[in-house]
Design a protein around this ligand. Structure first.
Ligand SMILES: C[S@@+](CC[C@H](N)C(=O)[O-])C[C@H]1O[C@@H](n2cnc3c(N)ncnc32)[C@H](O)[C@@H]1O
Length: 225
């Protein structure tokens, strides 16, 4: 079984959850690098085909190597491309972007949304793990009509990561500032790790509020609640 880091294991768990509300189909692993996530999805039957993309040739070759080594010669394609350029969505695809900056994810999804019709977007699942600018990612997806069906937090080698599972409804909505920064699902989750994550965010935001008006308004909004 392909071993994954704690972070990627959390991503995998939400891919599995996404599959549980879809029929069998492909995983599209954007920025696949080593390809470990795709290997694990195929091993566990969470997907029957993997499409790996990477913007660079060397990681794309790594993905290819991992999938061949794991015995999935006929069950994948690897493409060197920016995001999902050149790939059309198919029903029951699960599109994953993990380990990338939020602005990159927004750029990739702006193109996916522009290139796909509403019905295609509705028939797929999405799992997003951004390394930074997560509040902008949440806001972007809300404005574009994606609900955050679930969000989890994990701690990997001392760093917190959050992973979101999205579904497309096509109905845009607004998140409050607090929901953008802390996550609407996480705000409803009282588990110990989420509490620890929020305490960590509180510390960061207290410092950043001095020079960041958005964070200042978010903290003021919190006090008005
Ligand atoms: C830090 S790695 C993350 C790999 C894996 N997804 C993970 O979570 O462990 C980011 C990968 O995304 C690729 N990448 C960055 N921007 C991309 C883009 N616009 N389209 C496709 N791949 C991209 C990089 O080349 C790199 O291999």
């Amino acid at each position: 079984m392909q071993q994954l880091s704690v972070r990627l294991e959390s991503v995998f768990e939400l891919v599995r959850e996404s599959r549980s509300v879809l029929e069998q189909g492909r995983v599209i692993d954007i920025g696949s690098d080593h390809g470990f996530l795709s290997v694990r999805c195929l091993e566990e039957g969470v997907s029957d085909f993997a499409v790996c993309t990477d913007i660079h040739e060397a990681p794309a070759q790594k993905s290819k190597g991992s999938l061949i080594m794991a015995g999935f010669k006929d069950k994948f394609t690897v493409m060197v491309t920016d995001g999902m350029n050149g790939i059309d969505l198919q029903p029951n695809d699960i599109v994953v972007t993990a380990g990338m900056g939020g602005l990159n994810i927004i750029d990739i999804f702006t193109r996916i949304i522009n290139d796909s019709d509403d019905q295609s977007l509705k028939r797929c699942g999405y799992v997003i793990q951004s390394q930074k600018s997560t509040h902008l990612v949440r806001r972007f997806f809300a404005e574009r009509g994606f609900i955050i069906a679930n969000e989890t937090v994990c701690k990997d080698r001392g760093f917190f990561y959050n992973v979101m599972r999205l579904e497309y409804t096509g109905i845009p909505y607004e998140l409050s500032m607090r929901q953008s920064y802390y996550g609407p699902c996480l705000l409803k989750n009282g588990d110990d790790l989420t509490k620890e994550y929020f305490a960590h965010l509180d510390e960061i935001f207290a410092v950043r509020a001095r020079g960041d008006e958005d964070i200042r308004s978010m903290l003021e909004e919190e006090h008005e609640d």
